[in-house]
Design a protein around this ligand. Structure first.
Ligand SMILES: [Zn+2]
Length: 483
């Protein structure tokens, strides 16, 4: 971890703080102490498919209010593939999809010999989700409480737990009713109130698919989402929660415009008898029949210039999309705006997502506001996996190993909650030998790190960007802050 901090260009003081953070934020049992509960409430809201630039397209006074009173990140690179289930699980685990195991909305697991589809009850099989631990489980194990309104995966028993309060998925439940539940859970008597809430809404994704993001009709949809955000803000104000609860509003992905002229028909290139079609466009998972991998790959690889065809081992490392048995031996990635089907009888949509996560059209909005956040602050970029360590910091929870970096996003938080401020609340109520020994070890490590840092700066031997990129491609960075 020290090397990672160094390469991240962190200042020595900031590094010392990060290294000591676990010692000051947890008591000797690894639990949060009750003094901080009231100051660290957090509500994470996802408007599915809300592209980053939608807020500039029509008047969005409620998004603007949150930005004026809080923070905005202009560019959020989400997780590949840019689909709903994979990205919602990345937001609450801080893991790339290959690591948390929800690699697509439609999956096949050759070990379980089971298929997963967001359209069926297969999603309630815990085994799909248990390669990772969502934040609500970690909070509850640390003595906190959580509530979930329809967030993907939140109505599944994961590692033996549901959120303390949750709603079984029901697409017909209105946004307003979901908000009522969230408000009730945060407003409950102190011992029952949730510390962490997640709220999911299906729009503007559904309209984006149906109309295409370039449709003028999307203006009305986007304005409607802003109105829903206004409703949430009003309800938080009415309940006396607006100044107490940190509110993060983001999304899983953006949306690209499609055209009926930009369709690739696989039947033109390879027989259906040779493979199983596992996941849908624009990143199609192909499972060749036994012994047919080379034949299928050979027929597809140069078949159409508007799609890239990868054997699993050749998927570009920056996608972090290789190291899981649920990723198929061949994947086809359509170019932005193109659709891959078997033939034209397949249903067609005017908008879609799932493409390369570095495309701006695939990236989500991100705004946040509350007692932990700075005010009127705009940040250039972050990765969506960085949100997890940020949320753990707000909630005073020790993060599990993850692919994100708190250092990348620490500037979003108000200086008032950093330990460098004398008025920062005490976060340890009791002492044992363990934290004392831990602190001494921490000091030794920090001194060691400073020696290495000074030496490296002196010798101008900091690693190259190329080297850093190679490190970033590892399946799990484990930037846990453990000493
Ligand atoms: Zn969608």
């Amino acid at each position: 971890m020290l090397h990672r901090l160094l390469r991240g260009g962190c200042s020595p003081l900031l590094c010392i703080w990060v290294l000591l953070l676990p010692l000051v934020s947890l008591n000797q049992h690894g639990h949060r102490n009750h003094n901080v509960r009231d100051q660290s409430k957090l509500l994470l809201v996802s408007f599915d498919g809300f592209r980053w630039d939608y807020i500039d397209r029509v008047p969005t006074p409620n998004f603007r209010k949150l930005i004026d009173e809080g923070v905005m990140v202009e560019q959020v690179e989400n997780a590949y593939i840019t689909k709903t289930f994979p990205n919602h699980y990345s937001l609450v685990t801080g893991l790339y999809t290959e690591t948390h195991g929800i690699v697509a909305n439609e999956m096949y697991d050759p070990i379980l010999n089971r298929s997963f589809s967001m359209e069926t009850d297969s999603i309630y099989d815990s085994r799909w989700w248990e390669e990772a631990v969502p934040l609500w489980v970690t909070i509850q194990k640390a003595g906190g409480r959580s509530g979930a309104a329809m967030w993907p995966g939140s109505d599944v028993k994961i590692h033996g737990m549901f959120p303390n309060q949750y709603l079984r998925y029901n697409a017909s439940m209105s946004f307003e009713t979901r908000v009522e539940h969230i408000i009730k859970w945060f407003s409950a008597p102190k011992e029952e109130a949730v510390d962490f809430g997640v709220l999911y809404w299906e729009e503007p994704d559904e309209s984006g698919h149906r109309l295409g993001p370039q449709s003028p009709q999307m203006d009305v949809v986007i304005f409607g989402i802003d109105q829903k955000l206004g409703f949430l803000i009003d309800e938080l104000v009415k309940a006396g929660l607006y100044e107490k609860v940190n509110l993060i509003v983001t999304s899983d992905h953006g949306m690209a415009q499609l055209s009926p002229d930009n369709i690739i028909e696989l039947d033109q290139y390879v027989s259906r008898d040779l493979y199983t079609w596992v996941d849908k466009s624009p990143v199609v998972g192909i499972l060749p029949n036994q012994g047919k991998l080379e034949e299928v790959y050979g027929k597809l690889v140069d078949a159409n210039p508007n799609m890239a065809v990868f054997k699993k081992e050749s998927i570009p490392e920056h996608f972090h999309y290789q190291h899981n048995v649920r990723i198929m031996p061949i994947i086809i990635e359509a170019k932005e705006g193109w659709t891959v089907v078997q033939n034209r009888s397949s249903p067609f949509m005017l908008g879609n997502h799932g493409y390369d996560n570095t495309l701006r059209s695939m990236q989500p909005v991100f705004v946040a506001r509350g007692p932990s956040f700075r005010r009127n602050y705009v940040k250039t970029s972050m990765h969506s996996v960085d949100l997890y360590p940020l949320m753990c910091q707000i909630l005073y929870i020790r993060p599990l190993p993850n692919n994100g970096s708190l250092l990348n996003v620490i500037d979003l938080l108000s200086p008032d909650i950093t330990p460098s401020t004398p008025s920062a609340p005490p976060r340890v109520t009791s002492y044992s030998y363990a934290p004392v020994v831990g602190s001494l070890l921490g000091v030794v490590m920090v001194l060691g790190f400073l020696v290495v840092y000074i030496r490296q700066v002196t010798l101008k031997q900091l690693p190259s960007l190329k080297h850093r990129r190679r490190e970033m491609s590892q399946p799990l960075l484990q930037e846990d802050l453990h000493l």
